[in-house]
Design a protein around this ligand. Structure first.
Ligand code: GLA
Ligand code: ZN
Length: 667
């Protein structure tokens, strides 16, 4: 059975030759260069709407016909985009309702991109029209292998159409009952009871912005509006081209859209990866990127994902755009494959001559030829990727999961209380992820309502909000033999940010963890408590839950302040499993030691026997093992047996050295 959409790793990226429409020789030169660069695919048409429909209802597809034919003649696969990410000027001029209204209530003028109203029936219709035309015209084109829907959906609109849609959304959410809404939003406080749906507007700085349940509802609404906009976009494609898979490119952990929900609508998840290499701590950057790759792989149900964009050299939108070290981007690309990517794609193929992104890295620079460092690196990587076809479609096998949940992230951000300055849910999760990454243990990044049963260990940092069914899910997981770790301030509120009554963590979880959390202390930056665990002392920073152990065993205690000698980490046997509770935030060293213990007591072995130093990451995907040096120097790696070096075909064993940015692919 075919494991993937393609049987080889896709190597290519955004190709915008509509910029060079008057110089056909450049198109021909592009084909020559793509062959030289071992590029096998091109993503086209992302921002081509005004070229495809220069006037309302007047279409011009001839240039795209020629382009697709040319790519096909040269053996390239095409990922064809729908152009809704940027509108033609005529459309905004004739139908101002398509323009987004900002939180200030002011409607934007035409400009930039990614700024349509999510609700406008006219924009939705125009998008459906152009998508229908594209699908009809190219449904049988042999080069077209996948749809790239729009580009990096983002933002929100506060126009009257969106306000009305929000009210309709609320009616559905709260069963057409203002009583229910008033209760769930706790509107009895500050005299906020709503007596008519028309009284509700989107949250605004100059309006309502203190009702956290309402802010959560708005976030859910905006997220669902993007998804429904997407569904409107793809309706004609599903009908006319049912066999062409669909993706849209996500932006790292962008929190304006619940990607964990959105991913369920895609045939394949893809994302745009722009780490800030060589500007600070490369090991942290690598760890952060690894976490995101794992999150997208998990969102796609464990199937391979696409790295839809990356830069082959520098970007143009950092404050200072540092050139990456030689082979850095190659290493970054191999990291994506190691974590489950079946594609390495760039923004963009050829540097723009003008416009906003003319100094953004591209495979072909303004000089126009192949004799550049960047071109050679891309071409070398392309050659290597051709040797990795066996890994295409292969999965990574994770026995450990970390819950990073989009909606919990929204809730953590929106409440007022405790430590209002240190509220970085994402980094709290990456801190727990770090020791696994360093030890070469594969981790999935799941949502709170995903299936826990396939994991030996599930870690839930700062799981402040519990959706319906989550308490029961945790309980049954532990009862049936699972190991569950909760971080501080877990199990505090429900989906509408209403606190659970009767003590924290919520309801049955007090029994599962064998504890009751009475208070939570918040420590200003620079202030700390001390926790003693296995005879060693660690800093407790930012948050400290103060709890009582009922049935739980105490693994660590606080050593200072009025809660000296009270439990800091607990462990409770419940049914056939164990539930741990960790009451405090820490800068990292505690997690390393605690995870070491979790991993050994729960028999979770690293995915390979290869031993490396800090900053050298080992990943196993299918039968291939990737060893990658993210440090700024040479590192030693000890191989536990004789492997085949996939890229050279040679046998390799024992102690070996990896230079800066060097990697090994073993079998
Ligand atoms: C995003 C966009 C691209 C381009 C790149 C530049 O990812 O999708 O169109 O603007 O950024 O880094
Ligand atoms: Zn709108």
């Amino acid at each position: 059975m075919k494991k993937s959409v393609f049987d080889h790793i896709i190597h290519g990226g955004d190709y915008n030759p509509d910029q060079w429409i008057d110089t056909p020789e450049i198109w021909d030169e592009d084909m020559r260069l793509m062959n030289l660069a071992h590029v096998n695919s091109a993503t086209v048409g992302i921002f081509s709407w005004s070229m495809l429909e220069p006037e309302e209802g007047v279409y011009n597809f001839e240039w795209l016909d020629k382009l697709l034919d040319k790519l096909h003649e040269n053996g390239k696969d095409v990922i064809l985009a729908t152009p809704s990410g940027a509108r033609p000027v005529w459309l905004s001029q004739k139908y101002p309702e398509v323009l987004r209204v900002e939180e200030t209530g002011i409607r934007n003028e035409y400009g930039v991109r990614h700024n349509h109203c999510l609700t406008s029936p006219i924009y939705r219709e125009k998008v459906r029209n152009i998508n229908t035309k594209l699908a009809q015209r190219y449904k049988n084109h042999p080069a077209v292998k996948m749809w790239h829907i729009s580009n990096e959906y983002c933002g929100e609109c506060h126009c009257e159409l969106c306000q009305e849609a929000f009210r309709e959304w609320l009616k559905k959410e709260y069963h057409n009952s203002l009583d229910e809404l008033n209760f769930k939003w706790w509107n009895g406080f500050w005299s906020h009871q709503v007596t008519d749906w028309s009284q509700i507007n989107s949250p605004k700085f100059r309006g309502e912005n203190h009702v956290s349940a309402m802010k959560l509802a708005w976030r859910r609404f905006v997220s669902e509006s993007h998804i429904s906009f997407f569904e409107n976009e793809i309706a004609p494609l599903r009908e006319i081209t049912p066999n062409i898979p669909i993706t849209t490119n996500f932006m790292k952990m962008y929190d304006g859209i619940n990607y964990q929900d959105f991913a369920k609508k895609l045939d394949l998840v893809s994302w745009d990866n722009y780490p800030a290499w060589d500007k600070g701590n490369n090991i942290n950057e690598a760890l952060d990127t690894a976490f995101v790759h794992d999150a997208f792989r998990t969102m796609g149900g464990g199937k391979p994902f696409f790295m839809m964009e990356s830069t082959p050299s520098l970007v143009n939108w950092h404050d200072v755009n540092k050139l990456p070290y030689p082979r850095r981007q190659e290493l970054s690309s191999i990291q994506a494959v190691a974590h489950g990517a079946d594609s390495i794609q760039y923004f963009q193929w050829r540097k723009s001559r003008g416009g906003h992104e003319k100094f953004h890295g591209a495979v072909v620079d303004h000089c126009g030829h192949e004799n550049t460092r960047v071109f050679k690196e891309v071409s070398n990587l392309g050659k290597s990727l051709e040797k990795l076809s066996d890994v295409v479609g292969e999965r990574c096998n994770s026995k450990v999961a970390i819950i990073y949940d989009w909606e919990n992230g929204w809730a953590v951000k929106s409440f007022c209380g405790y430590n209002n300055l240190q509220r970085d849910y994402y980094h709290e999760c990456t801190k727990w992820y770090a020791p696994f990454w360093e030890k070469g243990v594969s981790v999935d990044i799941i949502a709170m309502d995903d299936d826990y049963s396939k994991y030996d260990l599930v870690i839930a940092p700062f799981l402040y909000m519990l959706k319906e069914g989550t308490k029961e899910r945790i309980e049954s997981y532990v009862k049936n033999g699972g190991n569950f770790v909760a971080g501080y301030l877990s199990g505090i509120v429900d989906k509408d940010d209403l606190c659970f009554l009767g003590g924290f963590p919520a309801d049955n979880l007090k029994d599962v963890f064998g504890i009751w959390v009475e208070e939570t202390d918040s420590l200003p930056d620079g202030m700390k408590n001390v926790v003693e665990f296995n005879g060693k002392k660690y800093d407790a920073i930012n948050f400290c839950d103060i709890l009582h152990a009922s049935s739980a065993e105490i693994l660590a205690e606080y050593k200072e302040d009025f809660y000296k000698n009270m439990p800091a980490v607990t462990k409770n046997r419940y049914g056939d499993g164990i539930a741990y509770y960790c009451t405090f935030a820490n800068s990292g060293d505690f997690f390393y030691d605690f995870v070491k213990e979790l991993v050994s007591t729960n028999n979770i072995a690293p995915d390979t026997g290869i031993v490396t130093e800090n900053g050298v990451s080992v990943r196993k995907r299918g039968d291939m093992i990737f060893v990658m040096n993210f440090t700024d120097g040479e590192q030693k790696v000890t191989l536990d047996k004789t492997y085949k070096n996939v890229l050279t075909g040679e046998e390799i064993s024992g102690l070996t050295t990896l230079n800066k940015c060097e990697y090994l692919i073993l079998e």
